[in-house]
Design a protein around this ligand. Structure first.
Ligand code: NAD
Length: 248
């Protein structure tokens, strides 16, 4: 099957689906300029090891190193814009085909693009909080304090360390994940996976619970055999073509 036949197949599946949800990973944001973890050469694994630097242990044992090495990547999402892939998912939701998005991304781009139902199951870079008293702050508070020369941002109320509201390796999953997982298990009859290597647990287990699966990803995933259709093309172009086909 060529690319266009695969897109047509995906479109037919989407038209028939009663409850379509989308699961996104870092690959949907590479076209906005944010590197993913596992793409050969450009993936972040090549530069820093997130399993070592983006962990709860790294943050708690050597917070100044965490803020120096791992944090600048999170701070860099601020000036980045949503791309055609994010925009196409907004359209799919408006057209009534897509019920919601479960994203592993922490870059805020689905919400900034205008998607309404989004579960950010690895947190986001809009908020931060104090590990001592749980006081909440904007994510910008971290950047502000680091720019003023602090090595580790601190709480204005109790002096405890502030941290971004993201799920680091070793953190428990937030309630948003459990809510999303329940919806996938009980309601979803078709899952559209976009830009995820499907290797990071527990999110990577979600495709097991659905009867119909569409995968858009540049590299192979462990679920390719289970999928009804796999499209190995860029997310932006593919999602745009799907929306165009559904609109005509
Ligand atoms: P991953 O890096 O493991 O996999 C990304 C996949 O996307 C790869 O298989 C790659 O082939 C594919 N891809 C890259 N560009 C693509 C494109 N333009 N179109 C289609 N496919 C493309 O990412 P993951 O599965 O999300 O898991 C890694 C973890 O990394 C997640 O927990 C996530 O929180 C975190 N992460 C997030 C961001 C972000 O917020 N933007 C960036 C890097 C990592």
């Amino acid at each position: 099957m060529d690319y266009y036949e695969r897109v047509s197949k995906a479109v037919e599946i989407i038209k028939k689906a009663e409850s379509l949800y989308c699961l996104t990973g870092a690959g949907i944001s590479t076209e906005s300029g944010i590197p993913d973890f596992r793409s050969p050469k450009t993936g972040l694994w090549e530069k820093i090891d997130p399993m070592k630097e983006s962990t709860v242990e790294a943050l708690y044992t050597n917070p100044s190193r965490f803020y120096k090495v791992a944090f600048p990547r999170y701070a860099s999402f601020k000036g980045v814009k949503p791309n055609d892939g994010h925009a196409a998912l907004v359209e799919l939701e408006k057209m009534g085909y897509l019920k919601g998005i479960i994203t592993q991304n922490i870059d805020n781009l689905h919400k900034r693009a205008g998607s309404r139902k989004v579960w950010e199951v690895h947190g986001n870079t809009r908020k931060s909080y104090c590990i001592g008293c749980d006081a909440e702050y904007a994510f910008e508070k971290l950047i502000e304090q680091l720019e003023k020369g602090k090595k580790v941002p601190g709480c204005e109320k109790c002096g405890g360390m502030l941290r971004p509201d993201i799920v680091l390796f070793g953190d428990p999953m937030p309630q948003a994940y459990y809510n999303a997982a329940e919806v996938i298990r009980k309601q979803c009859d078709c899952l559209l996976v976009v830009g995820s290597s499907l290797q990071v647990q527990p999110v990577a287990a979600l495709p097991r619970f659905v009867s119909s699966l569409i995968i858009i990803n540049l590299q192979p995933t462990p679920y390719d055999k289970k999928a009804d259709v796999v499209i190995r093309e860029k997310a932006g172009k593919t999602l745009k073509d799907i929306v165009t086909a559904l609109s005509t």
